[in-house]
Design a protein around this ligand. Structure first.
Ligand SMILES: *Cc1c(COP(=O)(O)O)cnc(C)c1O
Length: 371
């Protein structure tokens, strides 16, 4: 079999037609009509009043932190087991990221760990859903309300997922999404902020567009960024959004198939099919090598690469990032569950275009590697 890539998107719906419309009409910048349509339809899909399309999911986080006016002297609680974008947004704002460990079963942050980290300086909680199962959100929202904290929800891996039947991306003050090509729907590069708060929506729109002002365009009261999404990207996004339900069902079938093929291997820890609040949507199919395996994830990935199978490591913990350690952050902190996930976990090919034959081929290679 040919190389099995870790991710390949499916672009065989209306994508080409919408892109042609952009080119034929000449609307290729962020001023084109698809951008607003994508914002409206995406926000409606997650039950939010406002959608603000941006250039990627990382900068969506920066904009939410800025919109909430979080800065020097403030603390934001977030998981150590996540992508750097989360902690980077806090650090760039001049605030202090405060970390919590992951739960060993769900790989997500827990309310107990968050509660233990609240101080008088805490300004916000950044909820990040990891790999396919939602965080147990309601107890965290309750805790935030008790302490008067803002809540940002990073739903970059959660398109189409729900928590207790309510869409991920509908919780907290602001939620963010990414449309990178390995997400459930893609715009090539892209992201979205959604919120029900008129004022925060207005702030995000302004921050996205260099804080130009309506009256005197080139006179600025605040520093923003150019985070605008193009009409071309939004056209792709609309075509992808039309197929979100189909894509989620597809990923669920893939995840279930991997589990069927791998569940009898005692050396592997597989993702949970469900928790009481949701069924897994398997953004990526992550596996963790149990302690009985004499090598770590890096070596397993090398072995699979020799079999022409693409994989990716799990996130590397924020408290172990050289860039943050050099800043003097997280000195002497330890988060054993996340540290183990980072060393023992990696994910198998999980892209939308993955075929059954590829899944079977990958599962067989994993099995023989552990035999
Ligand atoms: C992908 C991802 C991001 C970043 O999105 P980009 O569009 O790649 O910048 C942020 N948070 C999480 C949890 C992600 O998975």
């Amino acid at each position: 079999m040919d190389f099995v890539p870790v991710n390949e998107p499916l672009l065989d719906g209306q994508e080409k037609q919408y892109l042609m419309e952009c080119i034929d009409s000449g609307w290729i910048s962020s001023e084109g009509p698809f951008v607003q349509r994508f914002e409206t339809e995406f926000a409606a899909r997650v039950g939010r009043r406002h959608g603000i399309a941006v250039s990627n999911g990382s900068m969506a986080l920066d904009a939410t932190i800025a919109a909430l006016k979080i800065g020097s002297g403030d603390e934001v609680i977030l998981p150590t087991f996540t992508i750097i974008s989360c902690a980077a947004a806090v650090v760039r704002a001049g605030a202090k990221p405060v970390l919590v460990d992951a739960d060993a079963r769900t790989w997500n942050m827990t309310v107990e760990a968050i509660a233990a980290k609240i101080t008088p300086q805490t300004k916000a909680i950044l909820i990040v859903h990891i790999y396919g199962l939602p965080v147990d959100v309601y107890p965290i929202l309750q805790l935030a309300e008790q302490h008067g904290l803002a809540v940002i929800e990073d739903a970059a891996e959660m398109h189409g997922q729900t928590y207790k039947g309510k869409p991920c991306g509908s919780f907290g003050d602001l939620s963010t999404f990414s449309f990178y090509p390995n997400k459930h729907i893609t715009t090539g590069e892209g992201g979205m902020i959604v919120t029900d708060d008129d004022h925060l929506a207005e702030r995000c729109r302004s921050l996205r567009n260099l804080c130009f002002q309506a009256k005197q365009r080139f006179v600025h009261e605040e520093l923003g960024w150019n985070l605008r999404m193009t009409n071309l990207q939004a056209g792709l996004g609309l075509a992808q959004l039309e197929r979100l339900d189909e894509f989620v069902a597809r990923k669920r079938r893939m995840g279930q198939r991997y589990t069927e093929l791998l569940s009898d291997i005692p050396k592997l820890e597989l993702p949970l099919a469900a928790i009481s609040e949701a069924d897994n949507i398997y953004w990526v199919y992550g596996i963790v090598l149990r302690d009985s395996v004499p090598f770590n994830a890096a070596e397993a990935m090398q072995q699979l690469a020799k079999q022409k199978i693409g994989t990716r490591p799990f996130f590397w913990c924020m408290h172990e990032q050289p860039v943050f350690q050099r800043m003097g952050l997280f000195q002497g902190e330890a988060y054993p569950v996340a540290e183990r996930l980072a060393r023992r976990g990696f994910y198998l090919p999980s892209g939308m275009a993955l075929t059954n034959e590829q899944i079977e081929h990958v599962a067989l290679a994993v099995r023989s590697m552990l035999a």
